[in-house]
Design a protein around this ligand. Structure first.
Ligand code: NAD
Length: 293
């Protein structure tokens, strides 16, 4: 058996994100210099979920930093499904906007699937419209969900070989696990998707050369789930209380796992910042397609 690495490489999401943002900024600055309209992003936030407010503020700041045009619609929690649909239909027609993002989760009286289907697929920078998900499934160029894209960017930035590797993804959501399994397949990994009903999940996880967790359960993944020298990507973001202090932690028990793996993403500072960068990247991609650039 391979001897475990005692000092893993920390996969720095901020560094990966900075590199992506620098490239996008240069392209956007070039667009500005030609006096063309910049790419535009419209974010819709319904209700008072504190985490959603933080995410939306971060996205707004990133737009400003890059020079994208951005608008945020902050709507009250009692906004009706019909009102939200009308707003999206009007943004679909707005030529200054290339990307529309509806921040999830939505209040329970609004069906997310119904709302996502209203978004013009050409402006669906979250890649969650069935049109884009279908294209992803059939291996065609399309707008792809940002977090799975971010995971691939991290692996590529650190020149981690994906081809032929055993990848285990824990979590099968439409937002992360399922699209990530398709992206990893496209990169020629052998992919297993584990989930809440999987038997022997620790044993299955231990077969992974690349182990990715997207569950939403603090410190679920322990050292004995990880094959020595595996690459561990932690998508989870969980709020916990430790010593009366509120902390953000991942799905992976970082302190327990770090002595057993080759490389690992921290939380915070891992997948999160790259997700925001990929949102900016998708907005630029939508702009280019919509403007035949
Ligand atoms: P989700 O709730 O939609 O899906 C969770 C998945 O985990 C489900 O498929 C479920 O089957 C599986 N699961 C639940 N309990 C399990 C268990 N005990 N063992 C194995 N599998 C189990 O969540 P999501 O939207 O996919 O998000 C997952 C996590 O990733 C959350 O913590 C979320 O906050 C985080 N997230 C982070 C980013 C980022 O940018 N870093 C982006 C999106 C989501």
């Amino acid at each position: 058996m391979t001897k475990p690495n005692t000092t893993p490489l920390i996969l720095n999401g901020k560094e990966v994100s900075e590199q992506i943002i620098t490239k996008i900024k240069a392209e956007v600055s070039n667009i500005h210099s030609k006096n063309k309209r910049p790419p535009g992003l419209s974010v819709i936030l319904v209700g008072d979920n504190p985490a959603s407010h933080v995410y939306v503020n971060n996205k707004e700041k990133a737009c400003i930093k890059i020079g994208l045009h951005s608008e945020v619609h902050r709507l009250p929690a009692n906004t009706s499904e019909e009102e939200l649909i009308d707003i999206i239909k009007s943004i679909n027609k707005n030529n200054a906007i290339d990307g529309i993002l509806v921040q999830l989760p939505l209040p329970i009286h609004i069906k997310a699937e119904k709302i996502i289907e209203i978004i013009d697929p050409a402006k669906d920078i979250d890649g969650l419209h069935p049109y884009n998900l279908g294209k992803l499934l059939s291996g065609q160029k399309c707008l792809v969900p940002c977090t799975p894209l971010g995971v691939i960017e991290i692996l590529k930035y650190y020149s981690i070989n994906i081809r032929g590797m055993n990848a285990v993804i824990i979590g099968r959501s439409t937002l992360v696990g399922k699209p990530l399994s398709l992206l990893m397949l496209n990169e020629n990994a052998t992919v297993t998707v584990a989930h809440s009903k999987t038997d022997n999940i620790d044993g299955i996880s231990r077969t992974a050369d690349i182990l990715i967790s997207a569950v939403g359960k603090a410190k679920l993944v322990k050292k004995n789930w990880v094959k020595p020298n595996a690459i561990v990507i932690d998508v989870g973001i969980n709020k916990t209380l430790e010593n009366n202090k509120s902390l953000l932690v991942g799905d992976v028990d970082f302190e327990d796992v770090k002595s057993n793996c080759k490389a690992i993403t921290p939380v915070p500072g891992g997948v999160g910042p790259v997700t925001v960068a990929m949102l900016m990247s998708n907005t630029l991609q939508a702009y280019k397609i919509n403007n035949n650039v």
